[in-house]
Design a binder for this molecule. Structure first.
Ligand code: 5GP
Ligand code: ZN
Length: 146
């Protein structure tokens, strides 16, 4: 398959692999925002987070949670961003699901802050809340988590 992350997982492409389990692998991002920028990736080929099976999600975020403080400590960062780009509209460029761990420093030049804030008006705040709750409740009846 023509997927660079699958090639890395299969050891058909080089990567600076940091850690792996049966279901998840992590390696250094080749174009880091800051040094130590790491990707955490399910080993199965899933296009984005919505495609990752529920039983793998726990493994994925458990590794994100485990690695983050180790990486941040090792590169003496002052904070970190956890980012997942899902879909090209969100900036995804490699269509194999991955979570970024990005070390951050007070004085670095990176800004993930929102360039603008919208305002809900004319009751649309509660309307969005009502509509989204209805969508979620409908879907949640099929979920195992309660
Ligand atoms: P996205 O924009 O899809 O969220 O992020 C994809 C990330 O994968 C980018 O940060 C990019 O630098 C990284 N990347 C792309 N190709 C390679 C590669 O061949 N090896 C590694 N280690 N990282 C890659
Ligand atoms: Zn893949």
């Amino acid at each position: 398959m023509d997927c660079i992350f699958c090639q890395i997982i299969e050891r058909n492409a080089p990567a600076e692999i940091l850690y792996e389990t049966d279901t998840v692998i992590s390696f250094l991002d080749i174009l880091p925002v800051n040094f130590g920028h790491t990707l955490v990736v399910p080993k199965g080929h899933f296009r984005d987070l919505t495609e990752v099976p529920q039983e793998i999600i726990g493994d994925l975020f458990s590794i994100v949670k485990r690695l983050s403080p180790v990486i941040i400590g090792a590169v003496q960062a002052e904070g970190f961003n956890i980012i997942g780009n899902n879909g090209s509209a969100a900036g995804q460029t490699v269509f194999h699901c991955h979570i970024h761990i990005i070390p951050r420093y007070h004085e670095d030049k990176t800004r993930f802050r929102r360039p603008q804030f919208l305002q809900y008006n004319n009751g649309s705040f509660s309307e969005y809340g009502r509509n989204l709750r209805a969508s979620i409740q409908k879907e949640a009846s099929t979920w195992k988590e309660k």
